[in-house]
Design a protein around this ligand. Structure first.
Ligand code: GDP
Ligand code: GDP
Length: 437
C-alpha cells in the first residue's frame, strides 16, 4: 500500500521547515543531490515505530509574492487537506495565538482528517506552561516541541503514526501493469492518457477502481491488463496550487510509488529543464521501470537528424537512466502511440526478471576473469558469489572477501557486464556488496 502522508501546516516562521528537516534527517534522495537542489525540498520520507510515511512541508510551496500571508496559509492548509492523511498544525509558543493561526484552524476544522496540534519553540520547561493557551484552538492537547533543541519530536511522530488510517489492503493483481504518466504541467499527460485509452482494441473497464484519493483507470489491450494511475488527478483541475512546480513534483512522486512503469513525459517542443530531471530521478530512485516519451513531436520542425540529436540531449541530461528507452510521439496525431504499450510490456517484464543463480555467477566470474578487481594496499578483492535477492527492480548481492575493497568503478563494471549479458532495458538494477568469510 502507498505510504501515508503527513503534512505540516502553519503560518510562516513557526518552524515548519526546521521540524521537517529534523524528521527526514539525511534521508535525502540521491537524485536531488545530483541536481544540486537539496535546499528547498518539500517532500520526504521517513519512518517512526516501524511505520513508513511521506511528509510534506506545505510552507515550502511557494506562493506568488503579491499574495498576503492569510491567502498563503489558506492555500497551504487546503493542499494539506487534499493530500495528507494526517495534518500537523504547527504554532509558535512565543507568539501565542495569532490571526493567521485562527485562519488555519478554521480551514482545518472542515478537514475530515486527523489534526495534531504542535506547539513549537518550547525550548525549556518554563515555556511548557504557555502551551495551554493553545487548547483554545480546539484541536485537543497540544504537543510541545522544539525544533532547534530536538525536543518532543518523538511524541509528535508517535501521535501522527497512531492517527494513520486503517490499512486498507490494496488488492494488487499480479498480472496487471500499473502505469504512471509523470512530467511537469503541460507536457501532455492528460492528452496522452486520453489518446491511449482511445486507441483501437483498448477496452476500458467500466468499474474504475477507487483508492484513497486517486482514481485509477483499468483497461485491457491484446489480453494484457493495465491500470493508468491517478488520471483523475490530472483531469480534475482548477485548484490554485495545481500548476505550482513543486506540487507537480509531489504528485508525480505519489503516482510513481504505486506504479510498475513510469512514463517520463517530455515536451518535445520545449526540451528539458531541471524539473524534468527531478521527476525522472524519482522513478529511478524508486526502482521502477521507466521510459522517456517525447510528446508533441508533431510540432517539432524536423529533418533526418532531429530525433537523433534529441535522443542525445536526453542521454546527456539523464546520465543515470541510460537504460530507459525513448519513444517520440504525438498525442495529437497519435503518431507512434501504437508502439507505446509493447515497450511498456517489455520494460515491466525486465523490471521483474529473476536470473538463475548459476547463470548470474557464470557471468560475474567471466567478468572477474577478464578484468580482475584492482588491489588496494596489497589486498585484492575476491568475489565469492552473487545472488539475486529481489525483483522490481532486480537486486543483486555480490559477496566478497572484504567489502571495503570494492570500488564504485568496479561495481559499475560488473553492472555493465550484467546489462550486456541480460536484457535489463528499461529497468534500474541494484547491486549491493557484502563481506563473507
Ligand atoms: P517555517 O517558516 O515555518 O518553515 O519556519 P522555519 O523552520 O524557517 O523557522 C523559522 C525561525 O524559527 C528560524 O529562525 C528557526 O531557527 C526558528 N526556530 C525553529 N524552531 C525553533 C525552536 O524550536 N525554537 C526556537 N527558539 N526557534 C526555532
Ligand atoms: P498535462 O498538463 O501534462 O496533462 O498536459 P495536457 O494534456 O493538458 O496538454 C497541455 C497542452 O498541450 C494542451 O493544450 C494540449 O492540447 C497540448 N498537447 C498535448 N499533447 C500534444 C501533442 O502531441 N501535440 C500538440 N501539438 N499539442 C499537444
Amino acid at each position: 500500500m502507498a505510504k501515508p502522508i503527513i503534512a505540516i501546516v502553519g503560518r510562516p516562521n513557526v518552524g515548519k521547515s526546521t521540524i521537517f528537516n529534523r524528521i527526514i534527517g539525511d534521508r535525502l534522495a540521491i537524485v536531488e543531490d545530483k541536481a544540486g537542489s537539496t535546499r528547498d525540498r518539500l517532500y520526504g520520507s521517513s519512518e517512526w515505530s516501524g511505520k513508513a510515511f511521506n511528509i510534506i512541508d506545505t510552507g515550502g510551496i511557494e506562493i506568488n509574492s503579491d499574495d498576503d500571508i492569510l491567502r498563503s496559509v489558506r492555500m497551504q492548509a487546503e493542499l494539506a487537506i487534499d493530500e495528507a492523511d494526517v495534518i500537523i498544525f504547527m504554532v509558535d509558543v512565543k507568539a501565542g495565538i495569532t490571526p493567521a493561526d485562527l485562519e488555519v484552524s478554521q480551514i482545518l476544522f472542515r478537514a475530515r482528517k486527523p489534526v495534531i496540534l504542535a506547539v513549537n519553540k518550547v525550548d525549556n520547561m518554563q515555556l511548557q506552561e504557555d502551551t495551554y493557551e493553545f487548547y483554545g484552538l480546539g484541536f485537543g492537547e497540544p504537543i510541545a516541541i522544539s525544533g532547534s533543541h530536538a525536543i518532543g519530536i518523538g511524541d509528535l511522530l508517535e501521535a501522527a503514526v497512531n492517527s494513520f488510517p486503517e490499512e486498507v489492503e490494496e488488492v494488487i493483481e499480479e498480472d496487471v501493469i500499473r502505469i504512471a504518466l509523470i512530467g511537469r504541467p503541460n507536457v501532455g499527460k492528460s492528452s496522452l492518457v486520453n489518446a491511449i485509452l482511445g486507441e483501437e482494441r483498448v477496452i476500458v473497464s467500466a468499474t474504475a477502481g477507487t483508492t484513497r484519493d486517486a482514481i485509477d483507470t483499468p483497461f485491457e489491450k491484446d489480453g494484457q491488463k493495465y491500470v493508468l494511475i491517478d488520471t483523475a488527478g490530472m483531469r480534475k483541475r482548477g485548484k490554485v496550487y495545481e500548476n505550482l512546480e513543486k506540487y507537480s513534483v509531489m504528485r508525480a512522486l505519489k503516482a510513481i510509488e504505486r506504479a510498475d512503469v513510469a512514463l517520463v513525459i517530455i515536451n518535445g517542443e520545449e526540451g528539458i529543464i531541471d524539473q524534468d530531471k527531478h521527476i525522472a530521478g524519482y522513478a529511478h530512485d524508486a526502482g521502477k521501470a521507466s521510459m522517456f516519451v517525447i510528446n508533441k513531436w508533431d510540432v517539432v520542425e524536423k529533418d533526418d537528424k532531429t530525433m537523433q540529436v534529441f535522443s542525445q540531449v536526453i542521454r546527456d541530461h539523464f546520465l543515470y537512466m541510460s537504460y530507459a528507452p525513448m519513444l517520440f510521439v504525438s498525442a495529437k496525431t497519435k503518431q507512434r502511440l501504437n508502439k507505446l504499450l509493447p515497450i511498456v510490456n517489455e520494460i515491466a517484464e525486465h523490471n521483474s526478471i529473476r536470473v538463475q543463480t548459476h547463470v548470474l555467477n557464470d557471468v560475474i566470474s567471466d567478468a572477474v576473469a577478464i578484468t580482475p578487481p584492482p588491489t588496494s594496499n596489497g589486498k585484492r578483492l575476491r568475489v565469492k558469489y552473487v545472488t539475486q535477492v529481489a525483483v522490481k527492480p532486480p537486486t543483486i548481492v555480490v559477496f566478497v572477501n572484504d567489502r571495503e575493497l570494492m570500488h564504485f568503478s568496479y561495481e559499475r563494471y560488473l553492472e555493465n557486464k550484467l546489462r550486456a549479458a541480460f536484457d535489463f532495458t528499461g529497468t534500474p538494477i541494484r547491486l549491493f556488496t557484502r563481506s563473507k568469510r
